[in-house]
Design a protein around this ligand. Structure first.
Ligand SMILES: *Cc1c(COP(=O)(O)O)cnc(C)c1O
Length: 398
């Protein structure tokens, strides 16, 4: 164990299990550990580092802003916040923005807004939130209640009431669940933590119709799949539906902590002064970082690149022995293995200089920077192939 790992085990709460490396520096898709070894970061800091590590444009924007004004509180306006909101409105087709600090707090805002709107519209009985099995919406108590993973919830009972899950992709189960007591259906178009599982356009359009018929809002949690990862700015744009409320966070500011809850003007009007707030949300530094990140995606054509590199990566992975399929969209993909070897393959890949993670015993997530190049895809697939065949040979021998 490195010195940092030793010290960490003394003072950091053990919520993350063992952490196998200490990183000290990044450059584009590459990370360097404390022994000087380099890695291709094809996890992108969990779908966060959209335009590469130590991106010069983002670095400059952050440095310039922090040198001038880092914080005012939300009692006052700052221009970077308004400019980022204008940009998010322009690319999303939604109308209003509330800034939070991360995915969970963006989703908390979404849930509170849906309840506020639902109760104003239909009275105090419209508060329930229907989400999907295997979903992931965050670790705060309300977002954990919305998360369809009983194993993550069990030891924190009692959770806030009014949350209910149904199987994803099953429109009959959704139809049964959605009635006048439901403030919102909340779902991910691509379930990232749930194994990189996506739903058909037909299912999503049918859910949208069910919501419209029942006067229920549709919240799309685009914290992981949004901000260009699927090859569009937002995942719902791939399937031509529009949510009433959406949340984004991970890739929004290339690693600086910010989240945003977006909504239509009609729904957003339910929030009155004093209803919701955040001390840090949408501060000028993170907003400057987000604007620079969005600027990089636009100037470098990274939505197109996400689609093209995603296809290249899919074809490259499909051709490998031991890979039975590839799930996901754009640059949010999972390689599905023939066998339950994902943790072993991830560990071998790390040793070989490639960062990925296991989202299922048989599925490995890829979420590289949207700026990954064609030759970096070739290199990453070659390392993955060597790692996979090494683990398969070793496990055959047992
Ligand atoms: C990561 C994630 C969250 C939680 O985001 P945090 O920033 O960790 O709070 C919520 N929803 C989805 C879909 C996510 O992938």
């Amino acid at each position: 164990m490195s010195q940092v790992a030793d010290r960490s085990s003394v003072v950091i709460m053990n919520t993350y299990g063992s952490r196998p490396r200490t990183f000290v520096r990044g450059d584009g898709i590459v990370l360097f550990d404390d022994a000087g070894k380099s890695y291709l970061d094809c996890l992108g800091g969990l779908a966060v580092v959209a335009v590469g590590h130590a991106n010069p444009a983002v670095t400059r924007a952050v440095a310039d802003q922090v040198a001038v004004l880092a914080h005012t509180s939300n009692l006052f306006h700052t221009e970077p916040q308004v400019e980022l909101a204008e940009k998010l409105v322009a690319i999303s087709g939604l109308d209003r923005v509330f800034f939070a600090n991360c995915g969970a707090t963006a989703n908390e805002a979404a849930i509170k807004l849906a309840r506020r709107y639902g109760q104003a519209l239909s009275g105090p009985d419209r508060y329930r939130i229907v989400s999907l099995n295997d979903s992931f919406h965050g670790r705060t108590l309300a977002t954990l209640a919305a998360t369809g993973q009983p194993a993550k919830q069990a030891t924190f009972a009692p959770l806030p009431v009014g949350f209910h899950q149904v199987p994803g992709g099953d429109i009959d189960a959704m139809a049964e669940a959605v009635d006048e007591s439901v403030a919102a259906v909340m779902l991910e178009v691509v379930q990232g933590e749930g194994g990189v599982v996506s739903w058909s356009a037909d299912y999503l359009r049918d859910v949208r119709s069910l919501c419209d018929e029942a006067g229920t809002l549709l919240i799309i949690d685009d914290v992981q799949a949004g901000m260009g990862r699927t090859g569009n700015w937002f995942s719902w744009q791939d399937v031509n539906i529009k949510p009433d409320i959406a949340s984004v966070a991970k890739a929004l500011a290339n690693g600086l902590p910010v989240g945003a809850c977006l909504a239509t003007a009609e729904v957003a009007a339910a929030f009155q002064p004093g209803d919701h707030a955040s001390t840090f949300g949408g501060g000028p530094v993170v907003c400057a970082a987000a604007l620079a990140t969005i600027g990089e995606i636009e100037e470098r054509g990274l939505l197109t690149n996400a689609r093209a590199r995603g296809q290249q990566l899919t074809h490259g992975l499909m051709a490998l022995d031991g890979v039975s399929g590839v799930r996901g969209k754009g640059l949010l993909l999972a390689a599905v293995l023939d066998d339950d070897l994902a943790p072993e393959v991830v560990a071998a890949a790390l040793d070989n200089g490639l960062i990925l993670n296991a989202v299922r015993p048989n599925a490995i997530r890829w979420a590289p920077p949207l700026s990954i190049t064609a030759s970096e895809v070739v290199d990453a697939v070659a390392i993955f192939d060597a790692s996979l065949s090494g683990v398969r040979t070793a496990s055959d021998g047992n």
